[in-house]
Design a protein around this ligand. Structure first.
Ligand code: NDP
Length: 244
């Protein structure tokens, strides 16, 4: 399946590492002009060397005012990937205000803020668009110590449906990808409990974790016209975990 994004401008959040970084590379290779948004500048510097011509934006998306300053005049965007996220593990009885607020602000509130900016621009220009929110299989399956994280991903799935409902009439599609564990920077930290990680893998019918490219292919499909009738939906990239 050939996907060509020539002539389109894409914005990817959490572009410095993991899924976001490889999504930027794939979009760049497919002809898109890419705005790469992330928090650590050195990640953006190295990414810009790998993908000449991308537009790096360094901002903490958990900070509403800073995000407004950084992205308020970002210009026309056709494709948006809301991928930035944090995972702060705490047992339910120890969930702190700080960790919960931080998780909500980065994983959920920024999705609303950035999507508003981008969607308003699409509507003003009268062009169609596609937005992909990077959720997780833990939006639908409970995993211990993930109160804050899973709550944001569950809310993100519903947010996606509401966005699809309200933005659909403007020809803007909104969908999620919901991966299982992938050993990115975030995934490796989560998998340090080897016993837990092995038990998780054992529950996946394919008996393996996903790879970054499995997730990126899902994102590219949902961004592209190949998924023209897919809206308010999601692709599980979980090896069958939720089928059981
Ligand atoms: P990584 O930690 O590898 O990469 C996340 C990227 O997002 C980093 O570049 C990070 O920058 C950036 N980021 C985090 N917080 C902010 C912020 N406040 N402002 C701007 N950028 C930020 O994570 P993954 O690639 O694994 O995860 C990407 C998405 O996929 C997340 O939403 C995650 O919840 C989701 N996901 C991940 C799974 C996994 O197993 N890896 C499984 C299911 C879903 P910096 O490092 O500088 O903070």
């Amino acid at each position: 399946m050939q996907i060509n994004f020539s002539g389109l401008r894409a914005l990817v959040t959490g572009a410095g590492k993991g899924f976001g970084r490889d999504t930027v590379k794939a979009l760049h290779d497919s002809g898109a002009q890419v705005v790469a948004v992330s928090r650590t500048n050195e990640d953006l510097v190295s990414l810009s060397k790998e993908c000449p011509g991308i537009e790096p934006v360094c901002v903490d998306l958990g900070d509403w005012e800073a995000t407004e300053r950084a992205l308020g005049n970002i210009g026309p965007i056709d494709l948006l990937v809301n991928n930035a996220g944090v995972l702060l593990e705490q047992p339910f009885l120890e969930v702190s205000k700080e960790a919960f607020d931080r998780t909500i602000n980065v994983n959920l509130r920024s999705v609303i803020q950035v999507s508003q900016m981008v969607a308003k621009g699409m509507i003003a220009r009268g062009v169609p668009g596609s937005i992909v929110n990077v959720s997780s299989m833990v939006s639908r399956a409970a995993v211990i110590n993930l109160t804050s994280y899973s709550s944001t991903k569950g809310a993100m799935d519903m947010l996606t449906k509401i966005m699809a409902l309200e933005l659909g009439p403007h020809k803007i599609r909104v969908n999620t990808v919901n991966p299982t564990l992938v050993l990115t920077h975030m995934g490796r930290k989560f998998a340090t409990n080897v016993e837990f990680a092995n038990a998780l893998k054992e529950r996946i019918p394919l008996k393996k974790f996903a790879e970054v490219e499995d997730v990126v292919y899902g994102i590219l499909f949902l961004l592209s016209d190949k998924s023209a009738m897919v809206n308010g939906s999601g692709i599980l990239v979980d090896g069958g975990y939720l089928a059981c």
